[in-house]
Design a protein around this ligand. Structure first.
Ligand SMILES: Cc1cc2nc3c(=O)[nH]c(=O)nc-3n(C[C@H](O)[C@H](O)[C@H](O)COP(=O)(O)OP(=O)(O)OC[C@H]3O[C@@H](n4cnc5c(N)ncnc54)[C@H](O)[C@@H]3O)c2cc1C
Length: 390
């Protein structure tokens, strides 16, 4: 199978690689290799804005909203080069990869003009207000309420596990606008400014010592009625549409990041002599094979054409990569040996220990593995649906 890119795409690759190298060898040197979402936040906001002003932030968006109308091939290439350059994890990812595509798919023209240019130029950071203490896998159990008062909704409730909540400017909130409703009916999808009274953010400390996510309390916060996506009560449809975008082009950048991690683990295994251990060698080879399979599967998924819709390979993808990555974290610890248990300094873990700890979350967020298996059973295999309350 020939997976080479056409010459004009390779020219695009060179342009992207040179731009990234200039920035990351120059003014943004300190950001190189940063794979968390918590360090050097001011510099990372600036990085989002520099990406935006050079139109590298949201290249797949239409030009009129700050993108480049880039083809899927160009987006794949940029994602690969971004990871190859060890550019920092994007703190704008929820806006860029989730809010933006959702606005493009479901927003009115006015909403697109109001929000997309600020996302594409890196001016706004977004967070996702879905999960609540009793609405995770059972997302339709959302209890956060929004009541219309004049030209705005008044929002009261409690979201949890909100990644980037502490630094976000905007949040998309799934909430109940029909008071006596239950399940997916009666929900609406509102865009809510995080910079207003009535919102309290409480960081949650993770086992890495970082607080990438937080609880968000809404106590009379407001969202303009014009900032509701689609009709009142149509929130579930929008919320589910958004989840389809979680398996977009960024999966390839993610794989390049995985490749960087595996390369580092192999380097350490070689240097420490662990590469001669027959069992570790098997696991390293397995990790390499798994990564190759993931890449071909992702290309198959993306060549389906409709990046917003889940295709058959997309159903299995989340389950596959999350298990692979969690195993990679375990492999890293076995290769590191006792070194893996010691932080770089008194407070911070080394990158591979960080990988081990963070990868435990991969099988939980964006749908737990049990939920992914339910989805595969029901939607891909056509098995009977599991019983649901309402
Ligand atoms: C690092 C991280 C970042 C996150 N970021 C965000 C964010 O930005 N915004 C946001 O809204 N949420 C976020 N989440 C929350 C995430 O979406 C939820 O944790 C996830 O949906 C699971 O929900 P829960 O934690 O309530 O677990 P529960 O739904 O209570 O599940 C508990 C266990 O029961 C199993 N289970 C539940 N229902 C079923 C079933 N029907 N069949 C079989 N097994 C079942 C689950 O698989 C799991 O093992 C994040 C989570 C993590 C870990």
């Amino acid at each position: 199978m020939d997976l080479a890119f056409a010459p004009e795409l390779e020219a695009f690759r060179t342009e992207a690689a040179e731009w990234l190298e200039n920035q990351l060898a120059g003014p943004f040197k300190a950001l190189r290799g940063l794979n968390n979402h918590v360090d050097l936040i001011d510099e990372r906001r600036e990085w989002e804005q520099v990406l935006g002003s050079a139109r590298w932030s949201c290249i797949g968006y239409p030009k009129e909203y700050g993108g480049r109308d880039a083809s899927v091939g160009e987006q794949v290439i940029f994602a690969e080069e971004y990871a190859r350059a060890r550019a920092p994890a994007r703190i704008g990812h929820i806006g860029v990869e989730l809010a933006g595509p959702t606005l493009l798919a479901f927003g009115t023209e006015e909403q697109k003009r109001r929000f997309l240019p600020d996302i594409a130029s890196g001016q706004t950071i977004w967070c996702q207000g879905y999960s609540e203490p009793n609405a995770g896998s059972d997302l339709a159990n959302v209890r956060t309420k929004a009541r219309l008062e004049g030209d705005a909704y008044r929002i009261d409730g409690h979201k949890i596990w909100t990644s980037m909540g502490a630094i976000a400017d905007w949040c998309f909130v799934l909430c109940r606008t029909q008071p006596d409703s239950a399940g997916p009916k009666g929900l609406s999808f509102l865009l809510v400014s995080m910079r207003q009274p009535g919102i309290t953010v409480r960081p949650i400390r993770q086992m890495t010592g970082e607080s990438e996510f937080c609880e968000v309390f809404f106590d009379g916060a407001r969202a303009l009625v014009t900032d509701r996506i689609r009709a009142e009560g149509d929130g579930w449809k929008v919320a589910m549409g958004l989840l389809g975008f979680e398996r977009g082009i960024s999966t390839l950048a993610q794989q390049m990041q995985f490749r960087n991690e595996l390369t580092e683990i192999i380097r350490i295994a070689r240097e420490s002599g662990k590469a001669r251990d027959p069992l570790l060698r098997q696991r390293l080879a397995d990790a390499h094979i798994g990564l190759k399979i993931m890449r071909y599967n992702a290309l198959r998924m993306l060549s389906g054409g409709n990046s917003g819709q889940l295709s058959a390979p997309a159903y299995t993808y989340k389950l596959y990569w999350s298990l692979w990555h969690r195993r990679l974290g375990e492999l890293a610890m076995d290769v590191l040996g006792p070194r893996g248990e010691v932080g770089l300094d008194a407070e911070r873990f080394g990158p591979l220990t960080h990988l081990f700890l963070m990868s435990r979350a991969d099988t939980i967020y964006a749908g737990t593995n049990q939920i992914q298996r339910n989805i595969i059973a029901e939607r891909a295999l056509g098995l009977p649906r599991e019983p649901r309350g309402k």
